[in-house]
Structure formats: structure tokens, C-alpha cells
Design a protein around this ligand. Structure first.
Ligand SMILES: O=P(O)(O)OC[C@H]1O[C@H](OP(=O)(O)OP(=O)(O)O)[C@H](O)[C@@H]1O
Ligand code: HPA
Ligand SMILES: [Mg+2]
Length: 164
């Protein structure tokens, strides 16, 4: 289970996410060739857009999985849409799977079972899920919650002297 109420926050701006996703593409560039990418929606859609542009993949598939229905609490994992049969051939050989992060590893494990030979990549990784992915960019501790730019907005910050 993901750490309930993680102590630490790791907020990521759009600029930083773009840089980190591009760094992921650099790491993946020498590891292909990949005949298609499968992105794990919804979080994997954004890094998939950046990575496919960088390494020149045009065949883009989704696997739709949801498990964090209640903010930071993981619930029952639901596979809402599976992968097209032609991409399941060869046990996933030559397929790149992308997600925004791996936390407990439960989501990545379900996709690994569908595509045992695929290359699974995430931008961020926490220690529990790290063994499930082949490539990632930045590791954060298990008790950290990563705040993605698409989940945030600008808000007033009280000055430090007011006890913030
Ligand atoms: O390693 P795990 O503990 O399984 O967690 C990682 C998954 O959790 C989040 O997806 P979520 O279920 O929140 O759906 P979303 O991508 O639609 O936001 C995230 O995008 C990963 O896919
Ligand atoms: O740390 C996280 N941040 C955002 N979504 C998540 N889904 C699982 N863990 C996380
Ligand atoms: Mg997700």
C-alpha cells in the first residue's frame, strides 16, 4: 500500500517535468528500437507526448488503469481499457511502456504481466516500485508525495514571518 499521508512534498513545475521527461527520452534513445509506445493513462499521457516526440515513435497505444480514487489513498486497481491484441504479440518485445511515476509498483506489475518483455519507463520512482521499472530519472523517498503540474494551481503563500 502507498504510504498514507506522506510527510514530504515534491512539487514539480511544467518546466521541471519537461526537463525530466526529456532526460528520460535521452536515457531511452539508445535502448530501442521501439515499435510502439503504450502509455498508462492518465499520468503517462504527458511524458508519452514528450518521449515520442524526442525518439520518433508514432504508434501510440493506451492502457487505462486507475487505483488512486481517493487522492493519496490507493484502492482497488481497475483496468478500464486493455492493450490492442497486435501489440500484445511477442510478449511485448519492442514495446516501450511509459508512466509518470511508480509508487508501490502495483500498476507497473499489472502491465508487466500483460507485456513481460516490454521496456517499462517512468519519470519518477519510489523505492517500493523501483524494481518494477527498467528506466527512470529521479528517485524520491517512499514517504514523499509528488505533486504534478496538471494537479496544481498558483495560490498565495503567506510570508515565512507569519508562521508559514
Ligand atoms: O505504483 P502505484 O502505487 O500503482 O502508483 C502509480 C500509479 O498511480 C497513479 O495513477 P492513478 O491510479 O492515480 O491514475 P491516473 O494516472 O489517472 O491519475 C500514477 O499515475 C501511476 O500510474
Ligand atoms: O506521489 C504521487 N503523486 C501523484 N500521484 C501518485 N500516485 C501514486 N503516487 C503518487
Ligand atoms: Mg496513473
Amino acid at each position: 500500500m502507498a504510504t498514507p499521508n506522506p510527510d514530504k512534498a515534491f512539487p514539480v513545475s511544467w518546466d521541471q517535468f519537461h526537463r525530466d521527461a526529456r532526460a528520460l527520452a535521452w536515457r531511452l534513445a539508445g535502448q530501442g528500437p521501439f515499435r510502439a509506445i503504450v502509455c498508462i493513462t492518465r499520468g503517462g499521457l504527458v511524458p508519452a507526448a514528450i518521449v515520442t516526440r524526442e525518439i520518433g515513435i508514432r504508434l501510440i497505444e493506451t492502457v487505462c488503469i486507475a487505483s488512486y480514487h481517493d487522492y493519496q489513498n490507493q484502492g482497488q486497481l481497475q483496468v478500464i481499457k486493455t492493450i490492442a491484441p497486435d501489440l500484445l504479440a511477442d510478449r511485448g518485445e519492442g514495446i516501450l511502456v511509459v508512466d509518470d511515476l511508480v509508487d508501490t509498483g502495483k500498476t507497473a506489475k499489472v502491465v508487466r504481466d500483460m507485456l513481460p518483455k516490454a521496456h517499462i519507463a517512468t519519470v519518477y520512482a519510489k523505492p517500493q516500485g523501483r524494481p518494477l521499472v527498467d528506466t527512470f530519472v529521479t528517485e524520491v523517498s517512499q514517504d514523499t508525495w509528488i505533486y504534478f503540474p496538471w494537479d496544481m494551481g498558483y495560490t498565495f503563500q503567506p510570508p515565512i514571518r507569519d508562521g508559514a
